[in-house]
Design a protein around this ligand. Structure first.
Ligand SMILES: [Zn+2]
Length: 266
């Protein structure tokens, strides 16, 4: 294994490296705006493999397994602008405030991450500046632009969760994560429960908080926007057929919710 320790004065991402922000359907007309904080699992070259074997890097600790395939399909189905982040959450977690310890975790579930141990403030700052900041700046700019243009904007933060965490099996197929918004989450919960074949988590397996979330509190709640997190269990979307089925199901559900919201306003 290669435990490269980056020189704090060098840039993580060179001119030929892949940009952290992935976007699709930037001209999408939908009121929904999708984000995917844990979309990818790239690691900048200077960080090597963070001292971990491939078998660890591909696990849920590195990214949200399956969500990329769901998010891209769903964004196409509903004509939604999708903004996603391509680097591993083990490099820097884009859904954590940068000042909390889990932003650059030294331990995730039961795995210690050698490449994150004893990181200098400068190295942590570099990861923030080159990965976290461009992603959140883009989300911020897109929302500001939409608001200036008087376009309705409903933030849906897409995630997936591991079916077993620390030895405990999780029963939910899907969960909604919500706190301030009292309009969208009840509609979404009702629609998911009406499907009849789903175990639906209401703020399960996670709830929104200032220390465990960034995207929803900062971009949506602080502006009073309608918003929710959606968490899908990873074993259901591990392959393309699962991703397609869940994208179709959520497109139908979110499409109907959009209709309901339009009728309420009319
Ligand atoms: Zn996630």
């Amino acid at each position: 294994m290669d435990t490269a320790s980056p020189n704090s004065t060098s840039l993580l991402l060179g001119a030929t490296d892949i940009h952290p922000v992935f976007e699709q359907n930037a001209e999408g007309r939908s009121p929904f705006l999708f984000t995917a904080d844990h979309y990818g699992r790239l690691i900048p070259k200077p960080l090597g493999d963070l001292g971990l074997p491939e078998s660890e890097l591909v696990r849920h600790i590195g990214w949200d397994i399956g969500i990329a395939g769901v998010a891209e399909r769903l964004s196409k189905c509903l004509d939604v602008h999708l903004i996603a982040q391509r680097y591993s959450r083990l490099v820097i977690d884009c859904n954590r405030p940068p000042d909390v310890p889990s932003s650059i975790p030294r331990l995730s579930e039961a795995t210690t991450i050698p490449g994150n141990d004893g990181l200098s403030r400068e190295d942590a700052e570099t990861r923030r500046r080159e990965i976290f900041d461009p992603y959140h700046r883009r989300i911020n700019d897109v929302i500001e632009r939409r608001l200036r243009d008087k376009r309705p904007t409903i933030l849906v933060s897409l995630h997936s969760f591991t079916p077993v965490y620390a030895g405990v099996a999780r029963p939910w197929h899907i969960g909604t994560l919500h706190r301030r918004d009292k309009i969208l989450p009840p509609l979404l919960l009702r629609a998911l429960r009406a499907e009849g074949d789903l175990v639906v988590g209401d703020n399960e397996p996670y709830a929104v908080s200032e220390t465990t979330d960034y995207t929803i509190p900062v971009h949506a709640e602080a502006r009073g926007l309608m918003c929710t997190g959606i968490e899908i269990r990873q074993d259901l979307i591990a392959d393309e057929s699962g991703q397609q089925q869940w994208a179709e199901r959520l497109a139908r559900i979110l499409g109907a919710i959009e209709e309901t919201l339009v009728q309420r306003k009319a």
